[in-house]
Ligand binder design. Structure first.
Ligand code: GLU
Length: 422
């Protein structure tokens, strides 16, 4: 979104001028490839909520998954030191600084038990960029990628952009939003090249138990299917849930596996844009080649910060995790108390994904809402609360709330939703 704020007209869509308002004849020149890409629903909502706040509106943003904490001090100090170091002022290897690639390999061994060579690591501009590289480097036209839904909004867009076809496999609250190996097998065809596996999940907060990961990993290895496993929420698990990395549980998956991760969620570093992929060396080399033409190196200052993060103390992460743990229970209880809204207790990440089908047909403010999208628009417009509609996640009966916001805002926002829906 263009974060240009106008006077507040009625209707959330009108609050911020969108690119579509500013179209000129040049829009006809945009390639078909890029015209086919939908805007990121999560970032669009976030931009809207932030622009409204800047304009003085009392908006509560449950939109983008972004920790409300500041980045821990020792990480910021490492970046400050890098700013003053002339070595950081110049190009560095496109695939990442050697010290950071080694530290990521070490951190992966420490945290998930996966043995990693630095040459298998590619440092990227956030986890999203790592995924973009992976799909571009792996997929040819005609390749299918199995994608359990609800899924994070960027996977299908990136897969299609790379020429592949996302094959959605729907899951629901009755299976804790976890895909089964039977579903995967039913969807498998000779065109199936890869599957996306996310645990803890964005947007549902579900976490796969080790035995299910093992069954899925064995199935993928048996059929020669690549697994792209997004582990960005690895440290954010609650209660009895624990994060287990598929290539650790199923070593034979390793030769066709890409682990995607980053510092954003664990260390409250969303804006620093440092992520990485871990993949077999030939694929990593291919992605590094691609990256050498697309972005060159990730900012050296951000890489210095990431180095301090992955090789630094984890107690700061524990504090954030226990805060999210407390908030998830508040979100779960309050949402379930709203008539027509029901949700499962999330086991990981910092999202809750309630079903809101029970409120369709009800009025919110002065309008009747019949879809998740309409509900989110009505809530933003009438009670200034920003949620992400489920349509973008392939789950039109749901909405996503991030509970990575302050305790006060969490309660205030949930009260507003309850009032609007009662
Ligand atoms: N991954 C976060 C989310 O789902 C950040 C926004 C984005 O990149 O989509 O909200």
């Amino acid at each position: 979104m263009v974060a240009e704020v106008t006077a507040r007209p009625r209707g959330a869509i009108g609050v911020v001028r969108a690119y579509s308002d500013l179209m000129t004849d040049a829009s006809a020149a945009v390639s078909a490839r890029v015209r086919a890409v939908a805007e990121s629903a999560t970032l669009a909502i976030d931009a809207k909520a932030k622009a409204l706040k800047t304009a003085g509106e009392d908006v509560i943003g449950f939109g983008a998954g972004e920790p409300d904490f500041a980045t821990p001090t020792h990480i910021v100090e490492a970046a400050q030191a890098a700013c003053a170091d002339p070595a950081a002022h110049h190009y560095s290897p496109a695939g990442g600084q050697p010290a950071l690639r080694s530290a990521i390999a070490g951190k992966t061994r420490r945290d998930s038990g996966l043995d990693v060579e630095p040459l298998e690591v590619l440092v990227t501009n956030g986890g999203k960029h790592a995924l973009f590289n992976v799909f571009l480097a792996l997929l040819d036209a005609g390749d299918d990628v199995l994608l359990p839904a609800p899924y994070w909004v960027s996977y299908p867009e990136q897969i299609r952009f790379a020429g592949g076809r996302p094959i959605e496999l729907s899951t629901g609250v009755e299976t804790s939003f976890r895909v089964s190996v039977e579903q995967l097998e039913q969807a498998r065809t000779p065109r199936t090249k890869a599957m996306v596996f996310v645990s803890p999940s964005n947007p549902t907060g579900s976490v796969y138990p080790p035995e299910e990961i093992e069954v899925i990993g064995r199935w993928a290895a048996h059929h020669g299917i690549w697994v792209i496993t997004d582990e960005i929420y690895e440290h954010l698990v609650y209660g009895d849930a624990r994060h287990v990395s598929m290539p650790v549980v199923v070593p034979e998956v390793r030769e066709r596996c890409v682990v995607v991760n980053g510092v954003a969620k664990t260390y409250a570093m969303t804006g620093w844009r440092v992520g990485w992929s871990i993949a077999p060396v030939p694929l990593t080399a291919a992605m590094a080649r691609l990256q050498s033409h697309a972005t060159s190196n990730v900012s050296n200052v951000a890489q210095a910060a990431a180095l301090a993060a992955v090789s630094g103390p984890m107690d700061v992460v524990d504090v954030m995790r226990s805060t999210y743990d407390r908030r998830r229970k508040v979100a779960y209880e309050r949402l379930n108390a709203i008539p027509g809204v029901s949700c499962a207790l999330p086991q990981g990440a910092f999202y809750v994904f309630p079903s809101v089908a029970g409120v369709f047909g009800r009025s919110v403010g002065d309008r009747i809402v019949t879809t998740a999208h309409e509900l989110c628009e009505a809530l933003l417009d009438t009670v200034q609360v920003a949620l992400v509609p489920g349509e973008g996640f392939g789950a039109p009966d749901g909405v996503r709330l991030s509970y990575a916001l302050s305790d006060d805002d969490l309660v205030k926002g949930l009260d507003r939703i309850a009032d609007a829906l009662s």
